[in-house]
Ligand binder design. Structure first.
Ligand SMILES: [Zn+2]
Length: 279
């Protein structure tokens, strides 16, 4: 791991000076193409993500908590598929990612999409918030957006670039377990406000394009606020702040994404008309 750090730190020194800035995505209708400093490679992140994800699935399987309820799993997989079909609008290469979708039986109110497209949804978030399909699409779309924008890679790059000897990087240096270090980056380190806003707006665009009413994204955070206000421990809120300004941001993007959703609805009557003719 020391080798990884040294190589990345060296790259940081060179690339920060030259400004290794790029953008991971095309803007779509919501203009999510902010320039990002990327020093750590996608390959390094994807490899670590794959390892952490596999470990998580093994642990869940051993605890008999992996995809134990077929109806939940089918629902999450179907919604995820519809969203994944739309990722090409932001980045074409993501259509070829090795996407994986799993449901973990747990009261934990959480969901995530690790770098490279490794999705996990906890049954706790579906049950506690009584999520509709549209709301679940908003949650998964938001998490997919973090992966498309490679926010974890950006965070790791920022850590290296600023050379702050944080506990997170400390674990990279001191431990031979890259996956365990990555778990901290992937699970514990909160995304910045601008990353959250990007994930919100991109997630909303993905769900709209997939045929889910984007207004339902606003409901998710209302429900989340109500849940946390009731004194419940909400894991997702430790990394995803819930507040009024977030809801206002989502609402401000509705005019951009509603036409995308409406376009999908206009296509549907053609199918129902066919059905009614047959009937
Ligand atoms: Zn987020």
């Amino acid at each position: 791991m020391k080798k990884w750090f040294t190589r990345s730190a060296l790259a940081a020194a060179c690339l920060a000076a030259l400004c290794g800035c790029q953008t991971t995505t095309m803007g779509g209708a919501t203009g999510s193409d902010r320039s990002q400093l990327m020093i750590v490679s996608s390959e390094e992140m994807d490899q670590a993500s794959q390892q952490a994800y596999s470990q998580l699935l093994t642990k869940a399987k051993n605890a008999n908590a992996l995809n134990t309820n077929r109806s939940y799993t089918n629902r999450v997989v179907n919604i995820s598929k519809r969203l994944i079909n739309q990722v090409g609008v932001f980045r074409k290469d993501a259509l070829r990612w090795k996407w994986e979708v799993n449901v973990l039986t747990s009261k934990t109110v959480n969901a995530f999409c690790m770098p490279g497209g490794k999705i996990a949804v906890y049954t706790g978030i579906i049950d506690s918030l009584k999520l509709t399909d549209g709301e679940l699409a908003a949650v998964i779309g938001h998490e997919i957006a973090h992966a498309l924008r490679e926010h974890s890679r950006e965070q790791a790059s920022q850590q290296v670039a600023t050379s702050i000897p944080t506990a997170i990087l400390g674990s990279f240096i001191g431990s031979s377990e890259l996956a365990s270090g990555m778990n901290k980056v992937l699970f514990s380190l909160p995304f910045s406000r601008s990353m959250e806003t990007e994930a919100d707006t991109m997630g909303m665009e993905l769900m709209a394009r997939a045929g889910y009413n984007p207004e339902e994204a606003v409901n998710v955070w209302r429900k989340m606020s109500a849940l946390s206000g009731g004194g419940n421990s909400v894991a997702i809120l430790s990394t995803h702040p819930s507040n009024d300004s977030r809801i206002k941001d989502l609402q401000s993007h509705l005019p951009e994404v509603m036409p995308l959703y409406e376009a999908t609805q206009h296509k549907k009557p053609a199918t129902s008309r066919k059905r009614s003719r047959r009937a």
